[in-house]
Design a protein around this ligand. Structure first.
Ligand SMILES: [Mn+2]
Length: 313
């Protein structure tokens, strides 16, 4: 076992939520990862686990959208805002206990709650967002209206939370300089404009090919955490991985991270000794055959273990 960091308690939070996108099933991932013995695996790495439970949220009812009508084309805003508020509060409480917050999604709209709730109690927090997508659409730029493509814009206040019903409670505390992307390969035009306009640091798959994953993680850390003194939240959308190795997720994009590249990111972040928050998001056990589902759940578990200190030797 590595002595890189003193073992803290891990607060495990299940976010059984699918309302940020249209595909059912993603809300079942926390239970499936538990069935795959994720709790025992984290304990085996030497951590105490404070099990904060799985939190279920009603799926949006398409037949009765009168309770939560779209805001422009943004879908289920109050449903997403309510789920985010509840997870945000749970995350914030765990951070105040100085625990490592580990959230299993659920769709990535919950990233607003996990990173946002974390940053609210750890002001110096930085974030590494590993994803095929930038998730930085605003109400103006979104083409789909699915809120799992919007958490970063609200998190950073580029999209005013007060302008989306259900998000009035949220107070952005992070800036565009506090977050770095790895793995991007499917960006909307509006997202490109936002990333360029604010000079945000983004390592796409082009950069992974060009520099190799070791150099990319180094550069990402140098940008967001040059003195290696800031706590890190790693928000990992499994669609960052190539669909050949993580097929059971809602928005697959070819040309993703290899198995080793994905795990390397987690290992390298662990080695900093600064990991304080981890999300494993968008595992969807309803998509794919039995083997594909098992492989994707297994990779959610192994990414978790690597981020918490499992090493090859
Ligand atoms: Mn995402």
């Amino acid at each position: 076992m590595s002595a890189t960091q003193a073992k803290r308690t891990v607060a495990l939070i299940g976010g059984e939520f699918s309302g940020g996108q249209p595909k059912g099933g993603v809300e079942r991932a926390p239970k499936m990862m538990r069935q795959a013995k994720i709790v025992d695996q984290v304990k085996a790495l030497g951590y105490e686990v404070n099990d904060c439970g799985d939190h279920a949220f009603p799926s949006p009812d398409a037949a009765n959208s009168s309770a939560d009508p779209p805001a422009g084309i943004v879908k289920n805003p109050r449903t997403v805002g309510n789920a985010c508020k509840q997870i945000y509060d749970i995350v914030q409480a765990a951070v105040k206990r100085d625990e490592i917050v580990y959230t299993i999604g659920g769709d990535h709209s919950l990233g607003l709650a996990t990173v946002g709730g974390h940053a609210a109690s750890r002001p110096n927090l930085c974030c590494i967002w590993v994803d095929a997508h930038a998730d930085i659409n605003t109400a103006e730029t979104t083409g789909s209206g699915n809120m799992h493509g919007m958490p970063v814009s609200i998190l950073l206040g580029l999209q005013k939370p007060q302008d989306i019903p259900g998000f009035e409670w949220f107070n952005p505390v992070m800036t565009t300089a506090d977050i770095v992307y790895i793995g991007l390969r499917d960006l909307d035009e509006g997202e490109r404009s936002i990333i360029r306009k604010f000079g945000m640091k983004a390592f796409t798959m082009h950069h992974v090919d060009k520099y190799g994953i070791g150099q990319v993680v180094q550069m990402a850390l140098d940008h967001v955490n040059p003195k290696r003194d800031r706590p890190i939240h790693l928000s990992f959308d499994v669609d960052a991985l190539d669909p050949a190795i993580a097929p059971s997720t809602g928005t697959t994009v070819r040309g993703g991270l290899t198995f080793r590249e994905g795990h390397y990111i987690c290992e390298a972040v662990y080695e900093t000794g600064l990991l304080r928050g981890l999300d494993i998001m968008e595992v969807n056990p309803a998509l794919g055959n039995d083997k594909e589902v098992a492989d994707t759940i297994a990779i959610g578990c192994s990414l978790t273990r690597c981020a918490l200190g499992e090493t090859l030797l």
